[in-house]
Each structure stands twice: as C-alpha cells, then as structure tokens.
Design a protein around this ligand. Structure first.
Ligand code: OSB
Ligand code: MG
Length: 368
C-alpha cells in the first residue's frame, strides 16, 4: 500500500479532574489525532500523546508536529508499505522522537488491519477477548485519594496505582493500606527519587505493593539495578525504557522485574510487540501504560493488551474516567473490571468525526 494523504487534527479536551504527578498537574489535554488514507480511500487513525510541556519525556505536542510535518509525513507519503513493520524502517533516518513516530505508525497499523478486514488485536497476535482494567489516582490529599479509590473499587477496577513523590509517600501509602489492606496496589514516582532516598524507599516494602514504578531517573538503568537488589518490592520501569534494546539491557542488568509498555514511548506497535515477546521469553512481567489519552490511543492500547503475556492489568480505564465525551463510538467501557476487545476491523471503534470537527482547533492536510 501507499499512503496518499495524512491529516493532523489538533484538539484540546478538558480532563474531568485535574491529574497530578510528581512533575506537575494536567487539566487541559492537547492532542493531535492522525488520520492516514490509502489509494482506495480507506483511513486509519493514530494519536500524538505527548504533553504540551516536556515533563514526561523530552517531546511535546509542538516538537511532534515539527517532526511529523517536516520529516515523518514526507518520508511516509508515497512509500511502498508491505506491512506496518516497514514504517519503522521508513523512519530510521530520524533519531528518537518516538511519540511523533508512534502516532503515524499506529495509524498505519489501523489502516492495514482495515484493509485485511481483521481486528488490530488479531493482526498483532492477540489472544484475549477481554483485557483487565487498572486505574490511576493522581497525587492529592489522603482522604480524596481514599474516596476516589473507593469509587474505582465499586466500578470494578482490578489494579490500583497511586502517584507518589518525596514527602508524599510513606504516610500516604500507610493511610491507604489501612483502608484497603489487600487491594492490588502499586505506586508510581515518575523519577522523583535518587539513591539518596534509599532508606525511605526500603520502608515502603512493608506495604506489600505490587510494584513501585520508575522511582529513579528517567534515563537510568544502573541505579535501578542497585535499588532492585536492595528492595523486596519489584521495580517497574516506565520512562527508562524507550526501545527493545533498553528493555533487553534493563533485564540483563536486573534493573526491574516488571515493564510498563507504552506504544508512544517506544515509537510504535512493532517495537511494543518486540518488547512483549522479549519479556515473555525472559519471564519478565509487563502491562500496558496510559497517557491520559483519547479513545483512539486507548483503542490501540486495548489491542496491544490482548497479547498473551500482558498478564497484569494495565493503565487502561474507561473513557469516562477522564472525559465527558470521548472521540470514539462506543466509548471504552469497564464491566466488572474488564474491557471487551472490539470485534470490528482495525482499532474496532468508530471515530466520531462530527465531534472531532466540533473540538478541533486546526487541521492540516498533506497529500502526495
Ligand atoms: O491513566 C492513564 O492514562 C495513565 C496515568 C499515568 O500514570 C501517567 C499519565 C501521564 C503521564 C505519565 C503517566 C505514567 O504512567 O507515568
Ligand atoms: Mg509511569
């Protein structure tokens, strides 16, 4: 196939509740929805999930726009693509910028699945009919966090993640554990600690957390290996793993026992699948991470999470967890803690173009 046209839809959606991490707070979520079209007029969808500022990775919505417009879209338009795995090869002249690449690559996966009239899940080798839903609660005061966990327990979620940072950790987890002694609970630090905090991190071992996510530097796998040897709690890496090679090295060094896979962070579905296969082979657990994204990226996450070795519920929540209205039909629903893997072809959800037209700030179109 050849991609004949690419459209970038710039949107901004307000989160139902502001979301706070160790880095800061997100309330208005800027996103770029990416639409690719083949010669027959069939379309596929992807999404740029970088943030407006470079707090999570170095990329932003604007750097992704620059990469897409000036390098990635010109490289892709008109190229012969036999399989979505080829897209990474077409992009190989551009270093990193994984979120920009992933958005376009995911759109090609959706399109390719639609051409073949199969679900994206099937195309990737997915085996599950449902995926387990986990939910994330941002940093707030203890009683608000307990209330929102309570709510999410009622909604059926199967794994609960809280955000922590230095000074808002031990007492917070102690308070949550008092209310929910057996809850499948984990904590995400988003790189807020250093090895100097090791004594405090070791004290968290008493709370039986499923794992602690990304305690140390975003680009570190050496200090994490040291920390993992000192902790009973498994370490899960997020920011530190931006490629298959990173995953291989982290596993070899013993830097983590779990990996959070985000399609965007690793540059696309092909790389995410390679990491899945590696972890399966090495006996390392993994789950699918989230980016406060719209239903389009959420749909890609669901397809990925249907692969057999995604054994831990991911950060894949219902559309209604974050949005008053999502951009897909139907919206993502959680039923008794499970999300159905859609059975229609491609990402399996209809994109609500009428709604996108209402909320988009700008559209840019690129043709061959
Ligand atoms: O529910 C979600 O979409 C994931 C929430 C989350 O933890 C997160 C959200 C934004 C940026 C980074 C992270 C993270 O996993 O570290
Ligand atoms: Mg994380």
């Amino acid at each position: 196939m050849k991609i004949k046209e690419v459209k970038l839809h710039f949107i901004e959606m307000e989160l139902i509740n502001a979301f706070s991490t160790s880095y800061g707070t997100v309330k208005n979520r800027e996103l770029i929805l990416v639409e690719v079209k083949d010669e027959a007029g069939l379309v596929g969808w992807g999404e740029v999930v970088a943030f407006s500022t470079p707090w999570y990775t170095e990329e932003t919505i604007q750097t992704c726009f620059h990469m897409l417009e000036d390098f990635l879209i010109p490289a892709l338009l008109g190229e012969e693509i036999k399989h979505p795995n080829d897209v990474a090869v077409v992009f190989s002249g551009v270093k990193r910028n994984n979120m920009a690449k992933a958005a376009l690559e995911c759109a090609v996966w959706d399109l390719y699945a639609k051409q073949k009239r199969v679900t994206l899940s099937t195309l990737l080798g997915g085996t599950r009919k449902t995926v387990e839903a986990g939910v994330v609660v941002g940093i707030s005061d203890l009683s608000s966090m307990i209330n929102s966990i309570e709510q999410h327990v009622k909604e059926g979620y199967k794994r609960f993640k809280i955000k922590i940072k230095p000074g808002i950790d031990y007492e917070l987890i102690k308070g949550i554990r008092k209310h929910f002694p057996t809850l499948p609970l984990m904590a995400d630090a988003n790189s807020a600690y250093t090895l100097q905090d090791i004594d405090g991190l070791k004290r968290l071992d008493e709370y039986n957390l499923m794992m602690i996510e990304q305690p140390l530097g975003s680009d570190d796998i050496v200090d994490h290996a040291y920390l993992q040897r000192e902790l009973k709690t498994p370490i899960c890496l997020d920011e530190s793993i931006v490629s298959y090679e990173d995953a291989r090295k982290a596993i070899e060094l013993g830097s983590c026992r779990v990996i959070n896979v985000k399609i965007s962070r690793v540059g696309g579905l092909s790389e995410a699948k390679r990491i899945h296969d590696l972890c399966e082979q090495k006996g390392v657990q993994l789950w699918v991470g989230g980016m406060l994204e719209s239903g389009i990226s959420r749909a890609h996450n669901i397809a990925l999470a249907s692969l057999p070795h995604f054994t831990i519920p991911g950060d894949i929540s219902a559309s209604a967890r974050y949005w008053n209205q999502d951009v897909i039909i139907p919206e993502v629903m959680v039923d008794k803690g499970d999300i159905m893997v859609p059975t229609r072809s491609g990402i399996g959800y209809e994109v609500n173009e009428t709604y996108i037209q209402q909320i988009e700030k700008q559209v840019k179109q690129y043709t061959l």
